[in-house]
Every structure is written in C-alpha cells, then in structure tokens.
Ligand binder design. Structure first.
Ligand code: NA7
Length: 543
C-alpha cells in the first residue's frame, strides 16, 4: 500500500490490540486491501495514551496478549506478573514487526468524519490531512476507554500551574519532583498513580469523591520457571481464558459465600488477599449476584483498609465505601492504602467538602484552598460510546450516530449498528469487552468480523446491517443480564454512562459472560446471520 491510495476494501480506525489483529486477519487471511488510520503518533492505543505514573495493566501478563499464534505467544517474554505500559507497547511493536503490519498503518492521522454513500455502497472517510478515502467495510477499533472525561470545574482555565488528564499524559513525561500535586479521582487509574506520584512529588493531595475498594496486585518479576511454565502450557492457558466468563487465566470458584462458615470464609479471603489481583473476585461464585454475599467481601476489605491506614480520619474516609465490592471495576494496587501513611500525602473528602472552583493557585473546596503546582485528573473516560461518537459517523439516509444514539447506544451484539451498513465496532457498547480481559474479547470480536466479511465475499453479499428489532432485543437482553447482578446499582458508574453529565443512562456492557457471548455470536454466524439484513442486490463499488 502506498500513502497515495484512496480506495480500500477495508479501513480500520485505531492501531491498538484490536486494529493490529484486524489488519492481520483481513489482509493476510482474506487478502483484502486494508489501511489502518491511527490518530496517535504510534501504535498501541490505550497504552500509547495512558503514560501516567504507575500505568500498568491489571490483567496478568501471560493472559494480556494475543492467543491466535502459539509461536508469537512463546517468542515473547514478559518480565513481571502484570505488564507495565512501556512493556505492553514493546510487545505490540514486536507483534507489528513480526507480522509486517506497519506498512499498512498510518499514524498521526485522525479521522474527522465518515459517511456511508448509499449509491456507491461504500464508506467515505475524511481525515485531518484532508484525505478522502473510501472502503467497503469500515471497522472501528477505537477502544472503550479512550475519550478522556475532564470535569467541567469552574476556573480551570485560570489555573497558573500545570494540569493533565491521566489518559492524555505527555509523552515526554511530567516532572513532579518536589511539586505540590493534587490528584482528583480514585478509580483504577488514581489508585495506580497515587503511590508513584507520592514517591516523586514534594506533596500529594488526593481529592476523593467516592471511596473505593482495592486489593493488592502483588506484582513481582516473573522468574524463569514461571516464564517456562507459560510457554509450555500455552494451550491450557488459552483454553482457560477462552472458557472463563471474564477471560482471565483463572477459574471462578464454584462455591458460594454461605456454603462455608465464617472462619473458613475469612481464611479464603485472607488467602485471596495474599494471592492478590483480580483473582480476589473469583474466590466465590456469587459475589456479584447477592448483596449479602458481597457484603462479606466488602467488610473484609474495609477492615484491611482500617488496619493498613494509621491515621483514623484517613482510614475512615477511605473505608467509607457504600457500593458493593466489584460492582464498579475493582482496582488492584501496589501500596495504595499504605501511601496515606506517608508524611507528604493528604486526603480530602469531597463528599464533606465539595470542590467549589479551581483558583489561580490550586483547588478551593467549600472548606479550604489547597495550593497546587500540578493537578492530575484521574477522572476516567466517556466510556464505550465516547470514542465512537467523536468519529463523526453518518450512516444510511444521513443518519448521524449522535441521532441514532440520542437515547443511548443501540447495537446488535455490540458489533454492528442499525442504519450503519458494513460498519463493525470492535468492543462496542453491548459487548462484554470492558468486563473481560480485553485482548481475549478483542480476538473474538475481530475473528467474528473477519468470518462475517469472508461469508459476505463467498456469497456475494455486498451489504450487512442489523435489523432494529434484533438490536432492540439485544439491548433488552443486555439490560436483563445486568439486572441479575449488582452492577447497575452504582450511582456514578461509567458502565451506566453516569460519570458523564448529560449522557443517557444505559447499562452498556454485556454481563452474561464471555463464554456465553462467544456461543451466541458463533450460533448467529452458523445460522447465516439471523437478525441482520443481507443485501445481495447492491453492486459493489467500482475499484
Ligand atoms: P474511573 O473508574 O471512572 O474513576 C474516575 C474517578 O474520578 C472516580 O474516583 C470518580 O469519582 C472521580 N471523578 C470523576 N469526576 C469527578 C469530579 N468531577 N470530581 C471529583 N471526582 C471525580 O476511571 P479510571 O481512569 O480510574 O478507570 C477507568 C478504567 O480504566 C478502569 O475501570 C480500567 O478498566 C482501566 P466517582 O466514583 O465518580 O465519585
């Protein structure tokens, strides 16, 4: 491919885990002409953008990777139990080179709009370089957590210090040494960042709106025996990640919380706390299904927080958690609660003293002004729909995605949108992806999309689009599945869109589990795509 070409079989937006694998399959398996458009200056998606101090994946290294190639799996060697941001970027670079992907990727090219041309049965994609590219299939691989949510706090523009969102961290890094840093947000990101920032900064003030659970990650270097074990047991590990509901390399226990007595239960929690990471959540089967069951885990963690944090005021603020454990994405940490024992770390309870404004000098709450040199917004993302809505997509009959989704996202399987023919959305809303170890979900989505395109080519189908009834039924199924869990109960959850003012409240991820979702998708493909309109009459565009 040369940069001069403008007509493609497929265009892919985004060069993270999803875009890279999608390029490989469409180009190398189906033989299509493909180009990937990536707005950032390099490949890696989330890991290109999230360079904040302490940025690390919460999935374990040996599962946070591709499984489609045993050779690639065995050739790469991870250094720690959890992969850090820079190591993930190196891994993706290695894969891209290994598969010779870079020649079909344009980095630093932002999609400014894409419109379905009904008569030509093609997508016309505009970029910020003034290009107009066309394709038959448009695939969004833009991630679920890539549109930063920066709260609209009055006065930010007048702040005389520096401020950064963790998801838009400068590539050259930020010198925090000796500075007074204020961090807003205590989600997974804030909980990773605070201990590292505290180690660099002169002083750190954490502004907490909602207290959060966290379990120690227990990160450590991988020894040679572990590395060998992963390579020698590739098939078994792949089997587990593809079978388990959340795509992680461990099984969820079959036992329920009240199957065992209190002493046994505490011993199991204690053991899981020592093991660390997201495995804690898997110690009982019913933690997300029953409030009573969940309360036992919640109380265990709150007690741990009170034991770790010496200052009773800080301990109270940090352990005053009122949502069920893991009903929000459960963070894992390295010395997060311990950080509040440092002399240079303070904690502000925003529920007791909400932020009034940002001043020239720092943050003013209803109680006090906190002078700061740097403000770090660890305030999350306009999740799942945000990255898609900002692409400027217009489907059939001039229907914009904003209009189509005015009341919340409507998709079939999270993979296609009514009114947007031949557009595929990897990890779209309505898919289980954000609840799953993402590369595992991504591989399934990308393979399903590839099979679908292969099917279309074999049968001479030129257009595929989900029927509105199928999408509506899928939305109802997603909502029902969520209703059987504790997840929709959290007031500020990004799963619900409730962290972004004005965003429609729709529970977006599918909670039915990856295994079930995989089976549903496979069944639909095997039955010739019921729920989709397959148009065999439209002529393909002239090439
Ligand atoms: P999250 O999980 O959305 O966390 C954002 C945090 O920022 C959370 O503590 C919020 O408090 C806080 N927040 C957001 N807006 C404000 C305002 N206006 N004032 C004060 N505090 C605020 O984002 P993360 O980046 O931590 O994690 C996102 C995902 O990335 C994570 O789940 C992993 O999958 C990777 P709140 O709880 O809303 O009161």
């Amino acid at each position: 491919m040369s940069d001069q070409e403008t007509e493609f079989d497929a265009l892919i937006i985004g060069a993270g885990f999803a875009g890279l694998y999608q390029l490989h399959l469409l180009r190398d398996r189906l033989g299509l002409s493909v180009r990937v458009l990536e707005a950032q200056p390099g490949i890696g998606g989330t890991w290109q953008a999230n360079r904040y101090p302490g940025a690390r994946c919460d999935s374990e290294s040996h599962s946070y990777c591709y499984f489609f190639s045993p050779e690639i799996y065995r050739e790469w060697e991870w250094s720690e139990r959890y992969p850090g941001q820079a190591e993930i970027l190196r891994y993706l670079q290695f894969v891209a080179e290994r598969l010779d992907l870079m020649r079909d990727i344009s980095v630093g090219v932002k999609v400014t709009g894409a419109r379905f041309d009904d008569a030509g049965n093609r997508w016309i994609v505009e970029t910020d370089r003034g290009e107009s590219l066309t394709c038959t299939w448009l695939i969004t691989a833009v991630g679920c957590l890539s549109s930063a949510n920066i709260p609209d706090i009055p006065g930010l523009n007048g702040f005389e210090g520096e401020w950064y969102h963790t998801g838009q961290w400068p590539h050259e890094g930020v010198d925090l040494v000796g500075k007074r840093v204020g961090q807003i947000g205590t989600g997974s990101t804030g909980i990773q960042a605070a201990p590292v920032i505290a180690g660099e900064a002169g002083h750190l003030t954490v502004f907490q709106r909602t207290a959060n659970y966290s379990v120690p990650a227990r990160n450590a270097p991988l020894d040679e025996a572990r590395k060998r074990y992963f390579k020698e047991n590739f098939e078994e590990i792949r089997g587990i990640v593809q079978r388990t509901p959340n795509g992680h390399p461990f099984e969820i226990a079959k036992r329920k919380v009240f199957d065992v007595d209190e002493e046994a239960r505490l011993a199991l929690y204690e053991e899981a706390w020592e093991t660390g990471g997201l495995r804690f959540r898997a110690v009982f089967q019913d933690l997300l299904a029953s409030e009573e069951a969940n309360a036992t885990a919640a109380e265990f963690i709150k007690r741990k927080i009170r034991q770790i944090v010496h200052d009773p005021r800080k301990a109270r603020i940090l352990s005053d958690i009122d949502h069920p454990y893991a009903a929000k994405r459960p963070p894992v940490d390295t010395q997060y609660f311990e950080t509040f024992n440092r002399d240079n770390v303070d904690l502000v309870d925003l529920r007791a003293e909400p932020i009034k404004r940002i001043t020239e000098n720092g943050i003013r709450t209803e109680e006090a002004e906190y002078p700061l040199d740097v403000i770090v917004f660890a305030t999350g993302f306009d999740a799942m729909t945000g990255p898609l809505l900002r692409l400027g997509l217009t489907g059939r009959d001039g229907l914009s995605l904003e209009e189509a989704w005015a009341a919340g996202p409507v998709t079939y399987l999270g993979l296609q949108i009514p009114g947007f023919p031949n557009l595929f959305t990897v990890t779209g809303p309505g898919s289980p992806s954000v609840l799953v170890n993402l590369p595992v979900a991504i591989e399934q989505h990308v393979e399903w999309i590839t099979e679908c395109i292969a099917f279309m080519r074999e049968r001479g189908v030129t257009r595929i689009e989900p029927r509105m009834e199928a999408a509506t039924a899928w939305g109802a199924h997603v909502e029902n599945a969520a209703g059987r869990t504790l997840l929709p109960q959290v007031p500020h959850s990004w799963y619900l869109g409730a962290n972004v003012p004005g965003k429609p409240r729709v529970f977006m991820p599918y909670t039915g589990g990856m295994g079930r979702y995989r089976a549903i998708c496979e069944d639909i493909a095997a039955r010739g795509y019921p729920g989709f309109t397959l148009d065999e009459t439209t002529q393909p565009p002239p090439v």
